[in-house]
Design a binder for this molecule. Structure first.
Ligand code: FAD
Length: 489
């Protein structure tokens, strides 16, 4: 309580006319303040559950702006948060009573088609990258990203990045070549395998703890102009049998085939026969990104698992596949998510999932099963800060609803399923936690043996924990036990 009051008092002190002018003079982008033009719009993010009131929002337009904003926060002792695509479910992009370093104006993407290298600014969305790399842009390339195009690449990459190309090419962070990052001392550093290699190790999984990434450099892969998209829905009554089939099928499926299973309700949409709209279903979503002529044959068995409620599968440009789920995640809806990694998908676990799916309080809610076996599992557990290389499954528990009066029931349902899965769990995917009830336990579970090294690198680059607005890894040793900081590059 005392800390909250202190931060609010400090923020009020900082937001004097003079300090706002100081920040506005230092950056080219806009500085927004409560009750000012554009403030309410800028503090709105994807999840309608989040209602935070920053003292200042710095809409950065360049690296120089980011440096000035970091310097300002450090020099005035103002708490800060960093906004990329604003899609963190727990609302980590924003902070109450502090400074938001908002990178949403920094979304430029540059593709070098010969080198197959893609550079994206720190506020770019997945759609920004797909647009430039896709066949539509003439390059026929793709960076492994996530499955909803409006998600920010920054948050996604810094904690992992799972999507349609993960089984074949690894997580988003496995395809990172370098970052440019403004660290707590206000310096712009480049980090790669050969420059500030400890920092590069840490940002590949350590989230926003180490500074503001102004630029990501990715390896891109060739992709055919069209790929096969899988979207087959069956009645929920068939869910157990179908998940059991998939568990066996995916063991021998080519890595070009990605599958995401969703226990959900058929949408009220013209693409679904009217008699099935709103019915509980199991949806097999997927993408075959290998040679086009093999795609139909590869996904066919998954379209013949019984009488489908609907089958929307077919060939389409990869960039279109990347947008195919966007409409299911509109801005402003109420969301509370959790996740669990699983080493196996046995009958007992499938029963837990199907039973919970039948009890969903909202038809918008889904339980998703990600099949991860492939390239991401072949990376050594100490090669990057992201450690969960040993699990073939991740479960996304997505509570989605519209009526605020139903929030308690929807949050309780997600927590109950999370608890029911704990006996089988190998930790949490840090990009999908709803709200952090027990951050330390969550982080230790998520990083395992890499947690200690992350603390030491944090102590080197952010000894005073300026970037504590992220899912926070505290500096270790803490500042009181240490000699002056030694980051000197
Ligand atoms: P923000 O809310 O903008 O930022 C989240 C945190 O990231 C910030 O607090 C900060 O710590 C850090 N951060 C942001 N920008 C920077 C920066 N430039 N430099 C340093 N730190 C920064 N994940 C998957 O792996 N695969 C998916 O398919 C997938 N689909 C999703 C679909 C939806 C609709 C949503 C809401 C999320 C999805 N996610 C997925 C999870 C997603 O990866 C995380 O929510 C992620 O945090 C979003 O990143 P962002 O930049 O939009 O987040």
């Amino acid at each position: 309580m005392a800390a909250v009051q202190l931060s609010a008092q400090r923020a009020r002190a900082v937001v004097s006319k003079e300090t706002v002018t100081e920040l506005q003079t230092a950056i080219h982008g806009q500085v927004l303040v409560p009750a000012g033009d554009g403030y309410d719009e800028a503090r709105r993010i994807w999840n309608g559950m989040i209602d935070k009131r920053p003292a200042l929002i710095a809409r950065c337009t360049s690296t120089a702006d980011v440096i000035a904003a970091v310097d300002f926060a450090r020099e005035h002792g103002v708490p800060l948060s960093v906004r990329g695509g604003g899609h963190n479910v727990a609302g980590k992009a924003l902070c109450d009573d502090g400074l938001v370093i908002d990178l949403s104006p920094m979304r430029a993407v540059h593709v070098d088609p010969d080198a197959r290298v893609v550079r994206a600014q720190g506020g770019a969305t997945l759609g920004d990258i797909d647009r430039e790399t896709s066949a539509g842009g003439g390059f026929g390339l793709a960076v492994p990203l996530g499955v909803v195009s409006r998600t920010g690449v920054a948050g996604l990459c810094l904690h992992g990045g799972m999507g349609w190309l993960t089984r074949k090419h690894g997580l988003t962070l496995d395809n990172l070549i370098a970052v440019e990052i403004v660290t707590a001392d206000g310096r712009l550093r480049r980090a790669s395998e050969t420059e500030n290699a400890d920092l590069f190790w840490a940002v590949r999984g350590g989230g926003g703890n180490f500074g503001v990434v102004t630029s990501f450099e990715f390896r891109a892969h060739s992709i055919s102009p069209e790929v096969w998209f899988l979207c087959a829905m069956y009645p929920m009554s068939q869910a157990k049998r179908i998940v059991q089939f998939l568990e066996r099928f995916m063991r021998q499926a080519p890595e070009e085939l990605a599958v995401l299973v969703s226990l959900w309700s058929a949408p009220n949409d013209e693409s679904i026969p009217s008699e099935h709209r709103g019915e509980p279903v199991i949806v097999l979503l997927g993408c075959y990104s290998g040679p086009f002529e093999k795609g139909e044959r590869t996904i066919q068995p998954l379209r013949e698992l019984g009488e489908p409620v609907a089958d929307l599968s077919g060939p389409m440009p990869f960039a279109q596949v990347q947008c195919s789920l966007d409409a299911d995640y509109p801005d402003g809806r109420l969301y509370y998510w959790k996740s669990v990694y699983l080493p196996e998908l046995d009958e007992q676990i499938i029963d837990v999932l199907v039973d919970a799916a039948r009890r969903r309080p909202s038809p918008l809610t889904s339980i998703d099963v990600w099949f991860l076996a492939g390239a991401a599992m072949r990376v050594r557990t100490d090669a990057t800060a992201y450690v969960r290389r040993d699990v073939p499954y991740a479960i996304g528990i997505e509570s989605n609803w519209t009526d605020p009066a139903e929030s308690d029931a929807n949050v309780a349902w997600a927590k109950k399923l999370f608890d029911a899965l704990q006996p089988f769990s190998r930790g949490t995917y840090l990009n999908f936690p709803g709200f952090m009830e027990d951050s330390e336990k969550l982080l230790r579970g998520a990083y395992g043996a890499n947690y200690k090294r992350l603390g030491a690198i944090k102590a080197r680059y952010d000894p005073d924990n300026l970037f504590k607005g992220a899912l926070n890894i505290p500096p270790n040793p803490p500042v009181a036990e240490r000699n002056p900081p030694s980051a000197d590059k």
